[in-house]
Write a protein that binds this ligand. Structure first.
Ligand SMILES: [Zn+2]
Length: 332
């Protein structure tokens, strides 16, 4: 990378480094990892437009995460799920015509507007309420398309719930689809790391289930019972699985976890989770081989992995790999 050094008065090669920085956005202090470039010759700081853009992105993501502001991807998903355009939806919500266009172009929604969008994303019956109360604010054709899609969403969710196909099962199926040879023991650890890093990066849990601090590490008992017949063999998964319910963020985390942790055996993964505080703390006072179904509290998981992503200055989810490699060295 090259840039113009004011001191050398020339285009010079630069070296970049990451520093911790704080900035205030809308009255909220945001800590983030900022990249800066320095002249290779005189060490003067050098301005690089690409780095500034990258830093702004990182800062904005840190803000969205801290304030739980909906992402652009999720707004796009709302439009697709409810088969509605950005203008009609803005009108339906009683907002300015171009509000959603601005958000889709990267403007950050206010907390109040973001909460409404988050709720729409989670709950189609909330969309139905807007259609019922404010449906005449949009064109007949847009209204009927959206109504049809909303009813479909409500139906789909009912089916998912009644099948026991809740979020953890969807995540499990996705992990199984992405892994070649995986035992029930390894599956549990991949679920655990998916949950842990998802909350650390996005400030919310990917599924609501709690895991228990069993002898061989954290276990989601429902999933355990579903696959326990495979014992120490690889899980054979005959079901076809087409993902329609995971967001891009969710998929990114699962794939990085599968690609970095998934290459280790269940036993190695067990040793990894044994070396970490959430499992250790939950089992404190228990003998090594004492059965326990104590819950590893979600707050403990969040707190621990928040610290890990700070400690490893993780900026992108791909950086989870560094932690995984370190953990492997530690336990082997
Ligand atoms: Zn210089």
């Amino acid at each position: 990378m090259k840039g113009f050094c004011e001191k050398c008065r020339d285009y010079v090669p630069v070296k970049t480094q990451t520093t911790e920085a704080t900035k205030t956005i809308k009255g909220v202090n945001i800590e983030y990892n900022k990249k800066v470039a320095h002249c290779e010759y005189c060490n003067e700081e050098v301005f690089i437009a690409d780095l500034r853009d990258e830093n702004l992105k990182v800062l904005e993501n840190a803000y969205r995460k801290k304030e739980n502001i909906i992402s652009v991807d999720d707004i796009e998903k709302i439009l697709i799920d409810y088969n509605i355009g950005k203008r009609p939806l803005s009108k339906l919500l009683g907002w300015g015509d171009v509000t959603l266009s601005r958000y889709l172009n990267g403007d950050i929604p206010s907390k109040a507007y973001s909460n409404i969008l988050n709720k729409l994303k989670e709950d189609p019956s909330y969309m139905l309420e807007f259609l019922e109360s404010n449906g005449d604010s949009i064109k007949e054709i847009a209204y009927s398309k959206c109504l049809e899609a909303t009813k479909k969403q409500i139906e789909q969710r009912k089916i998912l719930e009644s099948n026991g196909n809740d979020k953890i099962n969807i995540v499990t199926k996705y992990i199984l689809m992405k892994s070649k040879d995986i035992t029930p023991l390894a599956l549990q650890k991949l679920l655990y790391y998916t949950q842990s890093f998802y909350v650390a990066f996005y400030n919310k849990f990917i599924f609501s289930d709690d895991c228990e601090a069993w002898i061989h590490g954290p276990v989601y008992s429902n999933v355990y019972h579903k696959y326990k017949n495979f014992g120490y063999s690889f899980i054979e998964c005959k079901e076809d699985f087409i993902n329609t319910d995971l967001s891009t963020d969710e998929i990114n985390i699962i794939e990085v976890v599968v690609n970095s942790f998934g290459c280790y055996s269940g036993k190695v993964l067990e040793a990894m989770t044994h070396s970490e505080r959430p499992w250790q703390l939950t089992r404190s006072g228990l003998k090594e081989n004492a059965p326990s179904n104590k819950i590893i509290e979600k707050s403990l998981i969040k707190e621990y992995y928040d610290k890990i992503i700070k400690k490893y200055t993780m900026i992108n989810v791909i950086d989870i790999r560094d932690y995984c490699e370190d953990l492997f060295k530690k336990v082997c």
